[in-house]
Design a protein around this ligand. Structure first.
Ligand code: SF4
Length: 374
């Protein structure tokens, strides 16, 4: 059986033999355990798990569940409507490709563009600045993402590198508060958490120490190769078996205990934390980033007095709310791969490349894709 300190040696992240060895070790431990449900909260983890068919390498009593790990899927429809109202008032809106197709209550930014609105898809804020300096048109950057995306924008704002005619519509959300909320508010029966590797490079492994402390379940910060995920599962099962839940940083090659101090400083300087709505979840305390008063001149909401009505978050029959919370799988949705496909998405989880429905659809549309990597 693998020893926990073997982790440092096993760095051939896609080595079939190593992965199968971990799989066997998982199987041995799982035989001594009841049903185990492990949640991850990162679209990239779901991509690794599904693309490499890792669920097919796990015993039947070990379930990997996708939680709210898609930063686009959880943006409330109301905030998409705000961007749509802005673009229909004649102001250009810059947004990411994933956000472009996510439906608001009536339409998406893609629909707005097909009606003649000036929407530009960008890869990042640098791209938006470059286009803006070229065209010098009054514009708004629709800023979405988790802890990983906010620091770049915060650095631009802090260094006063943004002209006044490029405003920001901030729709950032934070994964640490949502995990606290989920673990304390919902009866989801989770036995362990795989913490998001990208987010952890910013917030640091220490940000997740509340999980074993408050919820009494193990947590592992993991990278994005198949071996990373399998080692995280192994580590969680081992801690459950030993009855010693702790926080383990499996992704120490990229994640430090304290995270990226400079990035965190920029974010603190530019944004403050406010309570925020999450699509399919509701209001979560201190989970949203808004611009501080001294940067209000860049804030599209206050400068443009944006106001929209509330409306339905999901189309009838769409189970995105349950999927975002890890209460259901895409195959539980009656619309999956029928009325709802990547070409005709009905909900945000099918639109974004980080959405669970979209990932499952891309790699076959079923749950236990067989191991195919060699
Ligand atoms: S398959 Fe489509 S309709 Fe069903 S939950 Fe996923 S996104 Fe929503």
């Amino acid at each position: 059986m693998l020893k926990e300190n073997s982790m440092e040696i096993l760095r051939k992240f896609r080595d079939r033999k190593l992965i199968q060895a971990v799989s066997k070790s998982i199987e041995k431990i799982a035989k001594k355990l009841d049903y185990v449900r492990i949640m991850h909260v990162c679209g990239t983890h779901e991509h690794t798990i599904t693309f490499f068919g890792l669920r097919s390498l796990l015993p039947d009593n070990v379930e990997l569940i996708a939680g709210p790990g898609c930063p686009v899927c959880i943006v409330p429809a109301r905030e998409v409507d705000e961007a749509i109202e802005i673009v229909f008032s004649g102001i250009r809106v810059y947004t990411y490709g994933d956000m472009y197709r996510v439906p608001g209550t009536k339409m998406s930014l893609a629909d707005a563009r097909s009606e003649g609105a000036d929407v530009k898809v960008v890869y990042g804020f640098n791209d938006a600045i470059r286009l803006h300096m070229k065209d010098r048109k009054k514009s708004v950057f629709f800023a979405v993402g988790f802890e990983t995306t906010a620091p770049t924008l915060a650095a631009f704002i802090s260094r006063r590198l943004i002209p006044d005619d490029l405003m920001i519509l901030p729709s950032f959300r934070l994964t640490v508060p949502i995990m606290k909320y989920i673990l304390s508010s919902f009866d989801i029966n989770i036995d362990g958490i795989i913490c998001p590797g990208h987010v952890s490079t910013i917030v640091g492994a220490s940000a997740w120490s509340f999980i074993p402390r408050i919820s009494g379940i193990p947590a592992v910060v993991a990278g994005f190769e198949p071996l990373d995920v399998m080692l995280a599962v192994f580590s969680i099962l081992k801690m459950i078996l030993e009855g010693k839940p702790r926080l383990v940083n499996e992704y120490s090659r990229a994640v430090s205990w304290r995270g990226n101090i400079t990035a965190k400083r920029y974010v603190r300087e530019v944004f403050y934390r406010a309570d925020g709505e999450w699509r399919g979840i509701g209001r979560v305390k201190r989970s949203r980033l808004l611009l501080r008063k001294r940067f209000k001149h860049l804030d599209a909401r206050s400068r443009l007095s944006v106001s929209v009505d509330t409306g339905p978050e999901f189309k009838p029959g769409c189970r995105c709310a349950d999927i975002i919370l890890g209460k259901a799988k895409p195959t539980d949705c009656p619309l999956f791969m029928r009325a709802c496909t990547p070409d005709r998405p009905q909900g945000p989880c099918m639109v974004s490349s980080e959405g669970t429905c979209s990932i499952w659809a891309k790699y076959g549309g079923y749950e236990r894709i067989q191991w195919h990597y060699d």
